[in-house]
Write a protein that binds this ligand. Sequence first.
Ligand code: COA
Ligand code: MG
Length: 294
Amino acid sequence: MTAQFRPRRSALYMPGSNARALEKARTLDVDCLLLDLEDAVAPDAKDLARTQVVDAVTAGGYGSREVVIRINGLDTPWGETDLEAAVKANPDAILVPKVNTPADLQRIAHKLSVHGASSGLKLWAMMETPEAMLNAGAIGACGRDPEVRLSCFVMGTNDLAKETRARLTPGRAAMMPWLMTCVAAARAGGIDILDGVYNAFQDEDGFAAECAQGVDMGMDGKTLIHPKQIVPCHAAFSPSEEEIAWARRINEIFAEPENAGKGAIQVDGKMVERLHADMGKRVIAIADAIAARS
Ligand code: COA
Ligand code: MG
């Protein structure tokens, strides 16, 4: 885990039709870039967006940022062309919109091999339809099948609200069962999961509250729509100094010879088990990966 750990605290969407944003992305301190060909691009701008995104990814200059291209669905006039173009551009991953079933991902994975995709190219799945919520476990299980290359879920809360008619209210009460189901499905499949976007990008308090909620839910990070959301997002999704210190301390305590045979010990009036030490190791790995990035 330590060697492969890649921070995915923040993933900034940008319309592929926006050349200025594609350029600016090379300078933003963000973990992942979601270069969009789908919903953020108007039908008339689809071809321009595809060309600009392919040129930008091919030109490179994105450093340690993880570069992901969101294609249009295969049931649209642009999907097949997007897929072929994205494979040629060879980003870190292709984000598949509106996944309903494992077969949707398997079909795309098959096309990746047909187009000769590099073995490192991964698939990410938008979880944003009612069908996907009902099939979350089966879709997440694709994470265990190397042929499907699935490595991350992205919650599409705006589409989910549209399709279900549930409302996106502060606290997201109506969304919580689906969000947590997808967290469980992601963990069962051994993949990461990123929370949905916060539309009111001028509302700093509302955004901070929703980031904190995502952290509590176990999300690995959050999708963003505006550069000003990056700093508060990283503040929420990076382990705090206290968490890191606690993680180091309980691992040191378990490493002491007198605790070698113990499964549970007391530290500062709290029960600490070996599973907490394991969780601490993960916190340390995340902190190290973040430090190595910057
Ligand atoms: N990615 C990269 N740069 C972005 C950006 C983004 N998502 N959103 C804004 N910027 C840049 C602008 O280009 C501008 O740069 P500049 O001043 O150096 O020229 C700067 O940040 C300030 O932008 P601002 O004027 O505050 O926003 P805007 O009115 O231009 O754009 C949105 C607002 C919402 C239209 C825009 O942020 C956006 O397109 N977001 C992403 C939408 C998307 O991809 N949605 C799909 C998934 S939900
Ligand atoms: Mg969507």
